[in-house]
Ligand binder design. Structure first.
Ligand SMILES: Nc1ncnc2c1ncn2[C@@H]1O[C@H](COP(=O)(O)OP(=O)(O)O)[C@@H](O)[C@H]1O
Ligand SMILES: [Mg+2]
Length: 376
């Protein structure tokens, strides 16, 4: 290329490259959030804009709106992001919009003017101190989650618009709160009724796996339903203030199975870190299918799965632990009964000695024998 007689050398750059930190963040999110790639990439690219110091001034660092079916991970992805960056999924300012329907409830967020009844009773949620609480040197910002914004009252809506627009909020006592170092995530289940009809309709009574055949088609329809519902409900002024709108996909059998594995590891961690007996449990594939069948209603995504895990797995395991049928170093095998109607629990003696040796347990049972039935 020739310019003013000088020869210019142009080197091709890669504008899609990720910094190590953004890449790590993305990788961590991928381990915790299944099947929602677009949401993950959105979070990591806004994070990278922040890292590069290129966010616009006097605005929040990023504003995202998450739409899509119930139980698809909209709230979860924000908590997972906090866990990834701040080591705790509760390191976010979370506003459940449904809880702030009346004006006196807004006072819980911003406090009331001096002299008003209730002034100084409890400090409001959205103070600068609270906002800055989770910041770290590496990541000096905070995730603020407005959950289920379609339920927000007018007063809360005004508050939200102000924050998105100017990144400031005035408390009841006139103190100013600066939101310029926050990532604002908003979720909405808008259109979820139509979506659940789409999902149920597309699956019908066919075996769960057939849902994957028309998955792309379904996602397209969900995308359209969500975007149209959002356009009807939210004003253009509001939509224009959002950096990125992401429509979550409906979770399919394959993804729910992966989420089940994540949740099972979480149960194991509870055992490892709890004060009770520290044993290991494993599930056969049949036992996993049982939990999926009990815990999954596709239109509720992964919502029921956790409840099924508590009821069919955690309670029985707790009973085994409390009654010392499962003890330090034991390996508990979980299967299903012949009628496929409930989970059955066994202690694997051979595995137990191995595990005990590696855990350094001193009072592991020594007698051999496999699958000694201990509870039904
Ligand atoms: N995509 C996902 N990846 C991993 N876990 C998920 C996902 N979606 C849902 N879950 C699990 O299900 C629970 C409910 O999901 P949630 O994020 O509250 O759904 P919603 O989309 O309605 O906000 C989460 O706490 C999480 O444990
Ligand atoms: Mg939610």
């Amino acid at each position: 290329m020739v310019n003013n007689g000088h020869k210019r050398t142009l080197i091709t750059l890669n504008p899609e490259a990720k910094s190590t930190q953004a890449e790590e963040f993305e990788r961590g999110l991928r381990e915790r959030v299944i099947g929602q790639d677009r949401a993950i990439r959105t979070l990591s690219s806004l994070y990278q804009v922040f890292q590069a110091g290129m966010t616009s001034l006097a605005r929040p660092l990023g504003t995202m709106l998450f739409l899509g079916p119930t139980g698809s991970g909209k709230t979860h992805v924000v908590e997972a992001a906090a866990e990834e960056l701040f080591a705790d999924r509760n390191s976010i300012i979370k506003i459940d919009c449904a809880e702030f329907q009346h004006s006196h409830e807004i006072a819980k967020l911003i406090g009331s003017p001096p002299g008003y009844l209730g002034h100084r009773e409890t400090p409001p949620l959205l103070t600068q101190e609270n906002l800055d609480r989770y910041r770290t040197e590496r990541d000096p910002f905070t995730f603020v989650l407005f959950d289920e914004i379609e339920k927000a009252s007018d007063a809360l809506w005004q508050l939200l618009l102000g924050v998105l627009d100017k990144a400031t909020l005035t408390l009841g006592d006139n103190r100013r709160v600066d939101f310029s170092q926050t990532m604002i995530c908003m979720t909405s289940n808008l259109g979820s009724k139509e979506m659940s009809e789409l999902i149920t309709g597309s699956i019908g009574f066919a075996p769960a796996r057939s849902a994957e055949l028309n998955g792309d088609d379904l996602d397209q329809k969900i995308y359209r339903t969500a975007s149209e519902a959002a356009r009807r409900k939210f004003s253009p002024e509001f939509m224009n203030r959002i950096d990125k709108v992401v429509v979550f996909r409906s979770l399919k059998h394959k993804e729910l199975r992966q989420i089940l594995d994540l949740e099972l590891s979480a149960v194991q961690r509870r055992i490892d870190e709890g004060s009770g007996e520290r044993f290991i449990f494993t599930l056969t594939d049949e036992a996993k299918e049982f939990l999926l069948n009990e815990g999954v209603e596709f239109r509720y995504g992964a919502r029921h799965l956790k409840r099924a895990i508590e009821r069919f797995l955690v309670y029985p395991l707790a009973s085994l632990s409390a009654t010392k049928q499962a003890r330090l170093g034991d390996v508990i095998v979980v299967n299903i009964d012949d009628q496929n109607q409930k989970l059955t629990f066994y202690r694997d003696e051979a595995e137990a000695s191995k595990a005990a040796a590696s855990m350094g347990a001193s009072h592991a049972r020594q007698q051999p024998g496999d699958h000694d039935r201990i509870a039904a």
